[in-house]
Design a protein around this ligand. Structure first.
Ligand SMILES: NC(=O)c1ccc[n+]([C@@H]2O[C@H](COP(=O)([O-])OP(=O)(O)OC[C@H]3O[C@@H](n4cnc5c(N)ncnc54)[C@H](OP(=O)(O)O)[C@@H]3O)[C@@H](O)[C@H]2O)c1
Length: 252
């Protein structure tokens, strides 16, 4: 895909700002690292995709003390992101990230998921958890893939088809990366993160990790419910846990 150079510049500049937002958020929660140490062992977390959302999410986990590998098509351009994420962060290729991670965060344009499945499907199926943050968006990915995803029963089932055997949990799909950075560990009631998955162990691990970065996971159902975990549905955007439960009741 050809990208406009000025857009690329702005995007990477924006990524630095987003990472700065995460740093500020972590500073507002100085005991976060202790909470992680007390709450469970650190896990190697790899992001496939280190743009707006993947960069922000990976940074939140790095600030908790987890070893994080960011990966993208151009890992050599991730130096600023790695530096701002801190000493537990590094960058690599997607292949290196798949090798590295106990947990994989899949945060790419949806058009990339099929090839990622072909290249790394077997290795991804061996991971404890793959968090599918990716969304099919017509404007960006084209109408054809959005129709194909709908034919599969929505994004949860579609990703399961593209990554057979993976222990998938959809999550963070419709929370804008700016809000993600700003609302992590926010004071008062935590922001809700609707999740959908079929594998109890993967759900349990996703639940632990989401709590560690200061959000409240709300299991909305199995992977078929993943069709609601995309922007533009009633669950899109930011909601409290109670609001998520109310919305889900209207969807069933
Ligand atoms: N932005 C948000 O607020 C937000 C919120 C929720 C969910 N999401 C979802 O998250 C996904 C990513 O969105 P984004 O906004 O973060 O996009 P983005 O800023 O454009 O970043 C996309 C990332 O994916 C990488 N990438 C693309 N194809 C790849 C491949 N085949 N293998 C490895 N890496 C690949 C890109 O690498 P290069 O930079 O090297 O090209 C880049 O790091 C989308 O599906 C989106 O719908 C986004």
């Amino acid at each position: 895909m050809v990208k406009h150079p000025s857009f690329e510049f702005d995007r990477r500049k924006f990524l630095g700002l987003a990472a700065g937002g995460v740093a500020a958020s972590a500073a507002a929660a100085p005991f976060a690292a202790f909470a992680q140490a007390a709450g469970g062992a650190s896990l190697k977390i790899a992001t496939i995709g280190a743009g707006h959302e993947g960069g922000t999410l990976g940074t939140l986990f790095a600030k908790q003390g987890h070893p994080v590998m960011f990966s993208s098509l151009h890992p050599e351009l991730l130096k600023d992101l790695v530096a701002s994420a801190g000493p537990t962060a590094q960058a690599g290729t997607a292949e290196q990230a798949v090798e590295f991670g106990d947990v994989i965060l899949l945060v790419v344009p949806y058009t990339a998921v099929e090839q990622i499945g072909k290249d790394y499907g077997k290795a991804l199926a061996a991971k404890q958890l793959v968090v599918d943050v990716s969304n099919p968006i017509a404007q960006r990915d084209g109408a054809a893939i959005v129709s194909w995803v709908a034919e599969q029963g929505g994004a949860g089932l579609a990703t399961a088809k593209l990554l057979p055997g993976a222990h998938l949990v959809r999550g963070f799909n419709a929370i804008n990366y700016v809000r993600l950075a700003a609302d992590a560990h926010r004071p008062g009631e935590a922001l809700g993160v609707p999740i959908a998955g079929d594998d109890p162990n993967a759900i349990a691990l996703a639940t632990r990790l989401i709590k560690e970065i200061g959000f409240e996971p709300v299991l909305v159902g199995g992977l078929p419910m993943g069709k609601y975990l995309v922007p533009g549905t009633p669950l899109g955007g930011e909601h409290t846990p109670a609001e998520i439960r109310q919305i889900v009741a209207t969807l069933k």
